[in-house]
Design a binder for this molecule. Sequence first.
Ligand code: FES
Ligand code: FE2
Length: 482
Amino acid sequence: MPGASRQGVIVSSNQASAQKPGEARCPGPSTRDIIAADKGGAPAHLLEESYEFIGDQDIDFSRYTSRDFFTRELDQMWTRVWQWACREEEIPEPGDYTAYEIADRSVLIVRTEEGGIKAYPNACLHRGTQLKPAGSSGCSKQLRCPFHGFTWSLEGNLVDVPCRWDFPHVNEENFKLPELKVDTWGGFVFINFDTNAEPLEDFLGVLPEHFANWNLEDKFVAMHIRKKLPANWKACLEAFLESFHVLETHPQGVPTVGDANTQYDFYGDNVSRFVHLVGFPSPHIQDPRTEQQTLDALLAEGVVEGVYANDSRFKVPEGGRAREVFADYLKEALGKLYEKDLSHLTVSETIDAIEYSLFPNTCFFPSLLFPMVYRFLPNGTDPDSTVFDLLYLQPLPDSGERPDPAEPIELDFHQSFHEVPGFDPGLATIYDQDTGNLIGQQRGFKSTVKPGETLGNYQEVRIRHLHQTLDKYLDKNKEAAK
Ligand code: FES
Ligand SMILES: [Fe+2]
């Protein structure tokens, strides 16, 4: 039964349960029920559930703080996974390059003369100097080392050795730049250090199928924020893998978004998702709300500043739902703004926060209102800090014209998302709230006398799933070492 209420919000609900672990769900209509009732229906994959109980043991805090554990991740996991390194549109022309940094490794990603993409360890074969500065990007017709001038073509062929007479032991064969595995999906360039890695297509699992109606290739980077965060990369990612925290961390959202009724799924080792409702009040809301009140609250939030205002034209018809009116309006208004026909999108694909994570560190959102991509990279070799890339991908106009991708806006640890020019203030507050918890969490990891964190069986299953996949990489290495 509901406990004491605070500002119309139920703050606790203790119900004895005879169910097996992982079977209990928040009382009330499920996300699936609500989406299934949307006018116009929903894609089949949004109506499917893919959850099972995968354990309830505590997760060691040392996984977030230990230097040894961090080193094992580098040696045994980061060197074996497909990881998003850049967008294709960052290197459109022959000679365009970008240097992708993961911990202490640097990878040069290059557009070749033929228009293909190659990835090389960013290191000269002479005495090891980085061919391009860490994190840099630009355009050069050849890859020339800044130290003594050994030079390679974009295809990785040796083209110049200064004082050739002194290197009779160097030839085109043994001095070809070594290549890393590289492949693309949805306009994202992925690399893998492991020459025996499975194909990217296999690693992606259900993603291409589930993103068929939200083609990431037909998008451009309209905004890119890169912020330093004061916690381990997994803790930062995990802050975005559940909506259990919404009630406490984002109380302003509960009148218009789901939280305890969010749906959680996982598919194979690498992909998990949540489907987080928008336009439907949180089950924590105690007072019954009319659909019109929900719609008014949605419009008052001004999620997309300037696109709509509190306008008396917005009335929920008899038997209709706030979600539907909001989605119809958004498709029309954003369609006009983006010069794009968006009428094919269902209600859920228009307004819900649908987040897919791809192991180890990336999230893709296939919806119009929340078209984000997240990436959480260790900040160099520091287990205690992270670089968070936050991208907004806007649909290309129907004309097919591709605007230049936005340059990253850098925010340091102490800076607020409100400092990003043009960023919606409501969203800036949400990201400040999310990232504001992290310093306290990382410090708490080090202060606690309890060995590990205790996770909810359902709402926090994506966190457990992440750790179980990580363990497979760490265990695999243990097996190989035997
Ligand atoms: S280290 Fe690269 S040319 Fe000498
Ligand atoms: Fe949040």
